[in-house]
Each structure stands twice: as structure tokens, then as C-alpha cells.
Design a binder for this molecule. Structure first.
Ligand SMILES: Nc1ncnc2c1ncn2[C@@H]1O[C@H](COP(=O)(O)OP(=O)(O)OP(=O)(O)O)[C@@H](O)[C@H]1O
Ligand SMILES: [Mg+2]
Length: 172
């Protein structure tokens, strides 16, 4: 059987219309890592993420992601993210939204901004909790990006599985 993430990549590359892919998964589930490993060309697919914007600011200020996160106004960062998304849409580019997208409300904030002809793909990232804990600790040590376990638990509680009224295709 073809792996769901391989099928997702194929769906993005073979779609005759632009695609909007929402990655869905709690912190540490591997969304950003998949984007890096997928080798999708970023002139073809725009990555829409508040984390990328904070990371870039952190590099400019020579501090960690978590330090930068405390300094920025999240609303401003979100505005920048939506501006990048609107630019990509204006150019008919495919997009991948690299956020947790954990519940319908969060997903709808993105989905309601898409033109009707965009093909909507939802991809769920899962990870068992022992492995998740290991990954989050390792990432915090390596990069300084620390996610409070309370935040992870809150997202687990809020998780809503994607449905076919939200997406044209779902990769689970
Ligand atoms: N399939 C995998 N196997 C083993 N380790 C992985 C895998 N995917 C990701 N990791 C590791 O787990 C950590 C978290 O992954 P990643 O940053 O991609 O998660 P994320 O879903 O983007 O999280 P966030 O929502 O916080 O941005 C990274 O350090 C990464 O190296
Ligand atoms: Mg990420």
C-alpha cells in the first residue's frame, strides 16, 4: 500500500489545479520535517507558516525561536503569514499550510480564504506520546524551540479529525 505522505506528494504534483494542503498534527508530529524531506520545489509550492517567520526573525536577532516568540506580537506574525498566502494565491501557486490546524475552527480560518477552484488536501500527522516526548525534548535541546507539555495536551484535547466537507482529499 502506498504511504499516505507519498500519496499526498503525488496529489500535489499531479493536480491540474493549484492545491492547498493543510498539515494537521500536534507539535512534534513531524509536519515541518516532512516538508523538508519531501523535496517539493518551493517556487512551485509556497510554505505558509508563522514558525518560519519567527525563525527568520530569530536568526536576524541571534536568539532562539522561544526567545523570539516572547518578543513578537503574534497578531502581526499572523498578518504576515496571511499576506504571504494571499500573494501565493494571486499567483495561482499551490500552498502548504504548516501549522497545527488542529480543529475545524483553526482550519476554517485558512479554508475560507481559498478560491473555490483550489483543490483542498488535508494530511494528518500522528506520533505516539512516548516518541513525541522524546522528539520535543531533543528538538528543544538542539534548537531552543521549547513547547510546554500543557500546550501539547491542550491540542490533543482539541483535536478534531478532518472531514470531507472541509477537504477534497484526506491523507491519514
Ligand atoms: N518521522 C520522524 N522520525 C523521527 N524523528 C522525527 C520524525 N519527524 C520529525 N522528527 C523529529 O521530531 C522533531 C519535531 O519534528 P517537526 O519539527 O517536524 O514537528 P512539527 O510537527 O513541525 O512541530 P511544530 O508544530 O512544533 O512545528 C524534530 O526534531 C525532528 O527531527
Ligand atoms: Mg513545525
Amino acid at each position: 500500500m502506498i504511504h499516505p505522505l507519498a500519496a499526498l506528494k503525488h496529489a500535489i504534483l499531479s493536480s491540474p489545479v493549484p492545491t492547498a494542503t493543510l498539515l494537521i498534527g500536534i507539535p512534534g508530529s513531524g509536519k515541518s520535517t516532512w516538508i523538508k524531506q519531501s523535496e517539493l520545489k518551493f517556487d512551485f509550492v509556497a510554505i505558509i507558516s508563522t514558525d518560519d517567520i519567527i525563525d527568520a526573525l530569530a536568526i536576524e536577532s541571534a536568539c532562539t525561536y522561544s526567545e523570539m516568540w516572547k518578543q513578537v506580537k503574534f497578531r502581526d506574525i499572523q498578518q504576515q503569514m496571511f499576506a504571504k498566502m494571499q500573494n501565493a494565491i494571486a499567483m495561482e501557486q499551490s500552498i502548504i499550510v504548516d501549522r497545527t490546524n488542529i480543529d475545524r475552527k483553526a482550519r476554517n480560518k485558512i479554508l475560507c480564504k481559498l478560491p473555490p477552484h483550489y483543490h483542498r488536501l488535508g494530511a494528518v500527522f500522528t506520533c505516539d506520546l512516548v516518541e513525541l516526548d522524546r522528539r520535543l525534548r531533543e528538538r528543544a535541546e538542539k534548537t531552543g524551540k521549547y513547547i510546554d507539555p500543557v500546550v501539547v495536551q491542550d491540542m490533543l484535547n482539541r483535536y478534531e479529525e478532518p472531514t470531507t466537507d472541509e477537504f477534497d482529499e484526506i491523507f491519514l
